[in-house]
Design a protein around this ligand. Structure first.
Ligand code: KIV
Length: 282
């Protein structure tokens, strides 16, 4: 069954936890979809884990559309949320609506996600009014890494905690159907979750959120540049891949691969005819 924003609302109501993970390509999206995970986030984290940038700032609309379209071909049931990249919405309400529309029309996403609270609530309202569901994202918002002076836990002082609460309420009243809370102290995230009618999706925000999201390369042990404290490794796929590549390298070099069964047959008469034309053995 397709997960919709209405399913998210019903899960908040019933207290069922929402699962979300990132994916950026067709094959991974199919695997995620088959697992029963409720939602796929085509995150702009793809800039780091897929494209090797040091942060998410260089990611373009074209990158997001390209990856989101691949995911949407692979996922039938999961709700697909596509990140709006840096400077695709901050510049104006007009840009926000136009670019959100492109992610839906060209990327075939079911919803968009954008970072920020009170300061972008007007943008969120305009996108929602264009019939495009919006997931908000507050707390440690990676597109603001330079403004924050690094990747840091947010909301630790009274003023910062109050700002996060105000932001959460602002994005909810602007029409967001859910909000990601990233790197927020657990007790504060739980407090915000209880305050809101829309689901909160936590990443480094503790157990009290309505759902959780992780970057799949982090949870599968495939990205070694940096592992945040909040990540749990559910598998060591990176090590499995390296072991397999090492084995492949050995077998190619030793001639153990490919075996006869991996090849294709040709009629012996064709080979004989070729030899006759060449005037002897090949
Ligand atoms: O880009 C991303 O993957 C995200 C998650 C970390 C929430 O925004």
């Amino acid at each position: 069954m397709k997960t919709t924003t209405a399913v998210f609302a019903a899960m908040k109501e019933s207290g069922d936890k929402i699962s979300m993970v990132t994916a950026y390509d067709y094959s991974t999206a199919k695997l995620v979809d088959a697992s029963g995970i409720n939602s796929i986030l085509v995150g702009d984290s793809l800039g780091m884990v897929m494209l090797g940038y040091e942060d998410t700032l260089s990611v373009t609309m074209e990158d997001m559309i390209h990856h989101c379209a691949a995911v949407s071909r692979g996922a039938k049931d999961a709700l697909i949320i596509c990140d709006m990249p840096f400077m695709s919405y901050q510049t104006s309400v007009y840009d926000a609506v136009t670019n959100a529309g492109r992610l839906m029309k060209e990327g075939r996403s079911n919803a968009v996600k954008l970072e920020g609270g009170t300061e972008i609530s007007e943008h969120i309202r305009a996108i929602v009014n264009s019939s495009i569901p919006v997931c908000a994202h507050i707390g440690m918002t990676p597109q603001s890494v330079n403004a924050f002076g690094g990747f840091r836990v947010q909301g630790k002082t009274l003023a910062a905690a109050q700002k996060l609460i105000d932001d959460a309420l602002a994005v909810q009243s602007a029409g967001a159907f859910a909000v990601v809370l990233e790197c927020v102290p657990s007790a504060l995230a739980e407090y915000i979750t209880q305050l809101l009618d829309i689901p909160t999706i936590g990443i480094g925000a503790g157990q009290g959120c309505d759902g959780q999201v992780l970057v799949y390369q982090d949870m599968l042990g495939m990205y070694s540049d940096f592992t945040p404290k909040f990540v749990k490794r559910f598998a060591e796929i990176g090590k499995n891949m390296t072991d397999a590549f090492v084995q492949y390298d050995k077998e190619v070099k030793s001639g153990a691969f490919p075996e006869e069964k991996h090849g294709f047959k040709i009629d012996e008469s064709v080979m004989n005819e070729l030899m006759i034309r060449k005037g002897g053995a090949l």
